[in-house]
Design a protein around this ligand. Structure first.
Ligand SMILES: [Cu+2]
Length: 343
């Protein structure tokens, strides 16, 4: 098994490179498909039709982020199953509003980086290639050895491999750990890392929401805030969910410079699974405080159709972009009762 090492390259990992590294292996797509089916549980979960008509262009694409989970590629080496991911850091510009463009570092061409999803106990391998013009790294939250902790710089044009067993289950994160970390995170090098419990969780419409800030004038204060990359995006393009459908939010606060924010949901209460590390909720509330890098699973269902806001209750932060809406769509019973009342 390879230990921590770096290699100089200006190309993406190719099969040839992996062969040279002794990492080429046999994909076992069948097993992968079964687990993804299990985690997605699409048979019993209703998800509104795709919202492709409001997908933005470029690296920041909040509508694509919400239900997009990267399960990696399953491989088998020396009798052991490995879940392998490729993450490439690059550069892009995003449009924070009609007047303000901002240069970011992206991962696989997006901000936030891909939501990586594994099962507790999986062997995880991250192939990290840095093409972002500056030294970076990927530091994963979780339990692993010091050499896999991702604090060593990977210079521009170089690659490295992080490998560890996924534990414990929960909602975790990964981010660049090169100083100033505030800058490297706020400019885009972060993402969610979900480790599912061995037996999974009950069926739900699963949605990722990541709160982040933008310090565009380098004064160590955020001028803009966002859910999943773009300020105010879900205010203009609400996230559609079904009435009476269990919603499972994977929620992360990665806002730098502000010590903590809350997450507040309108017209409802939610169950809290702290850090996603429990199988039963510990609290029911409509507002929860989250420090930097804190994350939780929160679950709820909406009883009535309509549009409902969500935002930090630090209202200045909300008003500067960290604000969105769910659009609750009538379920089948609701549609029938409407028809009856009209008839
Ligand atoms: Cu960095």
């Amino acid at each position: 098994m390879p230990n921590y090492f770096t290699l100089k390259t200006d190309k993406l990992f190719s099969r040839r490179q992996l062969l040279q590294l002794g990492l080429a292996s046999v994909g076992i797509a069948g097993v992968s498909a079964i687990w993804q089916k299990w985690t997605a549980q699409k048979q019993s979960v209703r998800v509104p039709p795709s919202q492709t008509e409001v997908i933005a262009k470029g690296a920041a694409n909040p509508m694509q982020v919400i239900r997009d989970f990267d399960y990696g590629t399953l491989k088998r080496e020396n009798g052991r199953t490995i879940r392998e991911f490729s993450l490439t850091a690059g550069t892009s510009a995003i449009q924070l509003n009609s007047a303000v463009a901002y240069n970011i570092w992206d991962l696989n061409g997006r901000i936030p980086g891909p939501t990586l999803r594994v099962k507790q106990g999986d062997r995880v391998r991250i192939l990290f290639l840095n093409r972002a013009g500056h030294s970076h790294s990927l530091h994963f939250h979780g339990i692993h050895t010091a050499e896999m902790d991702g604090i060593r710089p990977v210079s521009n044009g170089s690659a490295t491999i992080y490998e560890f067993d996924a534990e414990p289950f929960g909602v975790h994160l990964y981010h660049c750990h090169i100083e100033p970390v505030t800058r490297h995170i706020a400019k885009g090098l972060y993402g969610m890392f979900i480790v599912d419990p061995p037996a999974g969780r009950p069926p739900a419409d699963e949605i990722v929401l990541i709160m982040a800030g933008y310090d565009v004038n380098d004064d160590n204060r955020n001028e803009y805030y966002a859910f999943n990359g773009l300020p105010h995006y879900y205010m203009h393009h609400p996230i559609r969910i079904y009435q009476n459908q269990l919603i499972r939010l994977y929620l992360l606060n990665i806002i730098e410079f502000d010590p903590a924010v809350t997450f507040h949901l309108h017209a409802n209460f939610f169950d809290v699974y702290p850090l996603g590390m429990t199988l039963t909720p510990t609290q029911k509330t409509d507002v929860i405080t989250m420090g930097v890098a804190e994350r939780h699973i929160v679950e709820f269902a909406f009883r009535y159709p309509g549009k409902y806001m969500f935002h930090p209750h630090q209202d200045a932060i909300a008003e500067n972009g960290c604000m969105g809406q769910f659009e609750v769509i009538c379920d089948r019973n609701c549609s029938q009762s409407k028809k009856k009342s009209l008839g």
